[in-house]
Design a protein around this ligand. Structure first.
Ligand SMILES: Cc1cc2nc3c(=O)[nH]c(=O)nc-3n(C[C@H](O)[C@H](O)[C@H](O)COP(=O)(O)OP(=O)(O)OC[C@H]3O[C@@H](n4cnc5c(N)ncnc54)[C@H](O)[C@@H]3O)c2cc1C
Ligand SMILES: *[C@@H]1O[C@H](CO)[C@@H](O)[C@H](O)[C@H]1NC(C)=O
Ligand SMILES: *[C@@H]1O[C@H](CO)[C@@H](O)[C@H](O)[C@H]1NC(C)=O
Ligand SMILES: *[C@@H]1O[C@H](CO)[C@@H](O)[C@H](O)[C@H]1NC(C)=O
Ligand SMILES: *[C@@H]1O[C@H](CO)[C@@H](O)[C@H](O)[C@H]1NC(C)=O
Ligand SMILES: *[C@@H]1O[C@H](CO)[C@@H](O)[C@H](O)[C@H]1NC(C)=O
Ligand SMILES: *[C@@H]1O[C@H](CO)[C@@H](O)[C@H](O)[C@H]1NC(C)=O
Ligand SMILES: *[C@@H]1O[C@H](CO)[C@@H](O)[C@H](O)[C@H]1NC(C)=O
Ligand SMILES: *[C@@H]1O[C@H](CO)[C@@H](O)[C@H](O)[C@H]1NC(C)=O
Length: 598
């Protein structure tokens, strides 16, 4: 959906006031202040850690964020318009991938948030906390039972606050409240405005229960089935790590917390040696490639939370990575860690459109400036209406059949039999068609691959920290991945053939029109698929003393002192659901580990 009048948002909604201790240039930093912790990246993970560590008034924390404040982008608060926040906007890094062989050599946009809150400030707000098997696999492969499902349960509950949806509808049977926290910083809620798909989608779970069973709460640890997603939305407004963690801390004028924005960390600096290992407590930073360059040392730790692209890039620029690869750029090796930037995984999205027999969908809002203004004004004044809810309506999680032929050659890559291979996301407009159709009504079932076997990489393109690295998520680059996405499309076709859709769905639309055979689905997928925006694994954790991996189970960087990486890059396997909830859990757990050590 293209909201050409989105600029109206800024005109309609007053910006909130600037916050104390939010510095916009390095020269403003208090010179004599010593920081116990310097956090690189005020994104999803970084803000959680910064807020937790600065709760202790005798610790000083500095966050350095490359982008601007989230408060500069009022539209980011409006759930429904999230699809407008990227790609190639002031809130985005504007990355693109290298040509993807699995996508018929296409290069695709690769959005990442570049503002306080990071990607949590621009994402689509789907809130998942994983299958039991996701977390138990992390515990097994790291040898740290602190990552197990049972161990992270109290952390999940402490993060969440389940609140009523924006339309205050009765959510009985749509969520199991006892599974959720009620007083954590991250407000979560169900769909806040009804969609004309809802009744048909739920009816299909009754018509085809064997293949598409209803799941009352996909965040129970047992996600399989179809149900109502929870969103990081409260009071009809986006919840990010900036709004839930950082802003309240800044508003409380904690002298222990300073935040420097519009400033990129360009290098991590070795400040000494301890027991034969480099101590890395220094950071260098600048606002542009031409400088000036500034430096600061932490007294206790540097925590890198620059995300799955930014973190490995910064490590490599600092000599932490594959010694041989860095030598080609004349970068002096500080620690030889060949897995930095490797092992990258991502989820693949494939938005399948159907024409529908409807007289009104949200497409009509995008096509009518008067109506758009009305809907926007409703949101601005009451935080209700269509804009108060994200675009996804229902979500389903499914597996390929146990007797699938692909298992003759590929071992099941999912975390276990209770975890999904693929996802359905329902949406009632054609948000992804380019160009956006100017008439007609459409719905989407996006079939998304959530257990890829493909693994790609992030590598340096140059030694200039302001150049983008080479990003290769290797989408649809394996026989398993193309098999699974093909199965997912066929499952979506079976779903839409259920009686609930009779007289409503009028046939496949756009790139998807006429696509039925396996071969046609494969070509369509390779031509139309893109990213669900979930890169992970580029600084993955492994057992202490393991010869592989980048981080230890406590997320300290192997072979160093004083340095951790805490963000989506640390997952040894990509989460089998939407990852933002996992990232909050990782950040909260590590904050507790650090505090316990004090
Ligand atoms: C468009 C989009 C939609 C998504 N939808 C969903 C969804 O619906 N549900 C879900 O669960 N997940 C979703 N995700 C994924 C989810 O948001 C991310 O996995 C998660 O937020 C990543 O957190 P992070 O802390 O690893 O990185 P980020 O939140 O991206 O934070 C990294 C921060 O570091 C900053 N930074 C980077 N390099 C430097 C540097 N050198 N110096 C200083 N600062 C730096 C960045 O600007 C950024 O603020 C989506 C992501 C996108 C982009
Ligand atoms: C706060 O930090 C100080 C100094 O390191 C430490 O002595 C104290 O125990 C910490 N307080 C809490 C509540 O962790
Ligand atoms: C991304 O593109 C937008 C729109 O052109 C631009 O405003 C923004 O500065 C770009 N961001 C970066 C990091 O280059
Ligand atoms: C869905 O069904 C319920 C119960 O029958 C009804 O009250 C509601 O209006 C329907 N919703 C839509 C959007 O048609
Ligand atoms: C924080 O500082 C601002 C500006 O000095 C002030 O208006 C506000 O009341 C303070 N807030 C708290 C909680 O002390
Ligand atoms: C950081 O520490 C190193 C080693 O002690 C020192 O050489 C350097 O000057 C320090 N940098 C700053 C900015 O204080
Ligand atoms: C656009 O929306 C307005 C306000 O709801 C409505 O009055 C008008 O008829 C709509 N225009 C068209 C062309 O549908
Ligand atoms: C598929 O196999 C798993 C064990 O690997 C089992 O738990 C599950 O019940 C099987 N599913 C079906 C539909 O047979
Ligand atoms: C569209 O739906 C209406 C009922 O709402 C029905 O009368 C009509 O036949 C449907 N059109 C098609 C093409 O199925």
């Amino acid at each position: 959906m293209r909201f050409s009048v989105l600029s109206a948002v800024t005109a309609c909604c007053a910006l909130r006031p600037a916050l104390a201790a939010l510095y916009t240039a390095p020269s403003q930093l208090p010179n004599s202040k010593k920081y116990d912790y310097i956090i690189v990246g005020g994104g999803t993970a970084g803000n959680v850690i910064a807020t937790r560590l600065s709760e202790n008034a005798s610790k000083n924390v500095l966050v350095i964020e490359a982008g601007p404040s989230n408060l500069d982008f009022e539209e980011a608060a409006i759930p429904f318009v999230c699809v407008e926040l990227s790609p190639n906007t002031p809130e985005d890094w504007n990355y693109t991938t290298v040509p993807q062989p699995g996508l018929n050599e296409r290069s695709i946009n690769y959005p990442r948030g570049r503002l306080l809150g990071g990607s949590s400030s621009i994402n689509y707000m789907i809130w998942n906390t994983g299958s039991t098997e996701d977390w138990n696999r992390y515990a097994t492969v790291t040898g740290d039972s602190g990552w197990s499902w049972n161990s992270v349960q109290p952390i999940i509950k402490s993060i969440e606050s389940l609140v009523p949806p924006a339309d205050h509808h009765d959510t009985t049977g749509q969520v199991i409240p006892s599974l959720h926290g009620t007083s954590g910083p991250v407000g979560i809620s169900l769909q806040g405005y009804p969609s004309l798909l809802d009744n048909r989608t739920i009816a299909t779970t009754k018509e085809l229960p064997a293949e598409f069973p209803y799941n009352e709460d996909m965040n129970s640890g047992f996600p399989l089935g179809l149900g109502w997603p929870q969103f990081s939305v409260a009071d009809g407004t986006r919840v990010s790590s900036a709004t839930a963690y950082l802003e309240p801390a800044l508003n409380a004028n904690r002298s222990s917390l300073d935040v420097l924005i519009n400033t990129q960390v360009t290098k991590l600096i070795q400040t000494g040696t301890s027991q034969g290992a480099p101590v890395i407590l220094g950071v260098q930073f600048a606002q542009s490639a031409s400088g000036p360059f500034y430096a600061k040392n932490a007294t206790t730790e540097v925590i890198v939370s620059a995300g799955s692209i930014g973190s490995p890039q910064l490590l490599m620029l600092s000599g932490i990575g594959d010694k041989k690869a860095l030598a080609k750029f004349s970068i002096k090796s500080v620690v030889n860690l060949p897995d930095v930037g490797q092992n990258m995984q991502d989820h693949t999205v494939l938005p399948n459109a159907w024409s529908i027999n409807a007289s009104f969908t949200p497409d009509d809002i995008a096509r009518n400036a008067t109506l758009f203004d009305e809907v926007l004004t409703q949101w601005a004044t009451t935080q209700t209406g269509q804009f108060a809810t994200p675009p996804a309506t229902n979500i389903g999680w499914f597996r390929i059949p146990n007797d699938s032929s692909i298992y003759k050659t590929t071992k099941d890559p999912s975390p276990g039999p209770n975890s999904p291979h693929y996802e359905f996301i329902f949406a009632v407009f054609d948000s992804f068609a380019e160009p956006e159709p100017t008439s007609g009504h459409y719905m989407i079932i996006s079939t998304n691959l959530f257990s890829p076997t493909s693994r790609g990489s992030v590598t340096l393109a140059s030694t200039n920290p302001f150049d983008f690295p080479l990003i290769d998520p290797a989408l649809l680059d394996s026989a398993f991945d193309i098999f699974t996405i093909t199965e997912a499309v066929k499952a979506a076709q079976r779903f839409m053939a259920a009686p609930a859709w009779d007289g409503f769905q009028l046939g496949q639309y756009g790139d998807f029109a006429g696509v039925t055979s396996d071969a046609a689905i494969e070509q369509y997928a390779r031509n139309s698929a893109a990213t669900v925006f979930h890169p992970a694994g580029t600084a993955y954790m492994s057992p202490y003393n393991a010869p592989h991996g980048v981080t230890n189970p406590d997320l300290t960087v192997k072979g160093t002192k004083g340095l951790r990486v805490v963000d989506a890059s640390i997952f040894p396997y990509i989460p089998s659901m939407h990852p933002q909830g996992f990232v909050y859990v990782v950040a909260e757990r590590v904050a507790r580990l650090i505090e316990a050590r004090q």
